[in-house]
Design a protein around this ligand. Structure first.
Ligand SMILES: Nc1ncnc2c1ncn2[C@@H]1O[C@H](COP(=O)(O)OP(=O)(O)OP(=O)(O)O)[C@@H](O)[C@H]1O
Ligand SMILES: [Mg+2]
Length: 301
């Protein structure tokens, strides 16, 4: 059978963007108050030995060649209220095109908060963010929603499928928002569900599917608009170890064969070891960045 996965795209190298121009408040990359330059992450989220690509100028800030380039991200909830809480304290997070990165760390440390900001679902209180060289915070909410739906696919622990729609409609939905006509979106949804081994379940509603099947539908949905980046927040967290293994293998396939960049939040240290870089977040700060073993865990992980 012909593989539905296409050939891997070229991937850019990681770079240390610390030599890039200073970020200023009037820069389109910048969001929030003047950056607090006094607060630096403990460890840069980039390997020290990473090569330096040629840099061009985009929007007044040098284009690092990275897919994700976030600087000094601060997130404070309930600003000015007694319940005010800062959960991210100046995080620098970067990822190359086609990179598979995991984010680990204790509960409440700010992983999902950071993921929501990477995914443009939420804006930080302070900080700068360039996605694929484009200044994210120069966009209006409406522009950002359209940009997000073309560039980022989300996968959650609890699948977040729409219960009253079958698998096909769930997967076709993001294409509807992207203006793809019905025939085309249903054909692509069917192809994607086939890729996920769900070709015989396309007219099942989520309540007629197992957890692993639901997650495969959710992954197909995340791929609908062929995004460069997949964001997965504990995608194996609600699955038994055997099913979690199958889902992890799908992520490897999407990374290896489609060249997708993946940011993968997990509480499973063995699964994190399978990715290309582990970023540990503790109390809203990057505590450590490690190169994993790359070894794949067994089903018992
Ligand atoms: N909308 C919100 N309003 C106020 N506080 C919030 C909000 N969302 C998250 N928080 C708080 O921010 C902190 C970080 O939460 P977050 O969900 O990012 O942690 P996490 O690292 O993903 O944890 P877990 O591993 O349990 O999923 C927590 O203290 C949480 O209570
Ligand atoms: Mg979380």
């Amino acid at each position: 059978m012909k593989t539905p996965f296409r050939k891997r795209r070229d991937t850019a190298q990681l770079s240390d963007a610390s030599s890039a121009q200073e970020v200023h408040a009037d820069d389109p990359f910048f969001f929030g108050e003047e950056a607090d330059t006094g607060e630096q992450p403990v460890v840069e989220a980039v390997p020290a030995q990473a090569p330096q690509p040629a840099q061009s100028q985009v929007g007044g800030l040098s284009d690092s060649g990275l897919l994700i380039d976030m600087r000094n991200i601060v997130k404070t909830y309930n600003v000015g209220e007694p319940s005010e809480l800062t959960v991210l304290h100046g995080v620098d997070f970067r990822a190359a095109h086609g990179e598979f990165v995991s984010i680990v760390g204790p509960s409440g440390g700010g992983k999902s908060t950071l993921m929501n900001i990477i995914g443009m679902l939420d804006r930080p209180t302070e900080g700068a963010y360039a996605f694929n060289g484009e200044p994210v915070y120069a966009k209006s909410d409406q522009e950002l929603a359209a940009y997000r739906s073309h560039n980022i696919g989300f996968i959650f622990q609890n699948f977040n499928l729409i219960g009253r729609m079958d698998a096909l409609q769930n997967v076709a939905m993001p294409m509807m928002y992207a203006g793809v006509d019905r025939k085309q979106r249903e054909a692509r949804a069917e192809e994607l569900l086939g890729m996920m081994g769900m070709g015989d379940r396309i007219h099942h509603n989520p309540n007629e599917l197992s957890g692993g099947q639901k997650q495969r539908v959710a992954i197909a949905r995340a791929l609908a608009n062929d995004p460069d980046l997949l964001l997965a927040d504990e995608p194996t967290g609600a699955l038994d170890s055997k099913t979690g293994r199958l889902v992890m293998d799908l992520f490897h396939q999407l990374h290896d064969e489609l060249g997708k960049a993946i940011v993968f939040i997990t509480h499973n240290p063995l699964l994190a070891e399978e990715t290309q870089r582990i970023v540990e977040i503790i109390d809203g700060r990057i505590d450590a960045v490690r190169t994993p073993s790359g070894q794949r865990a067994t089903e018992e992980a």
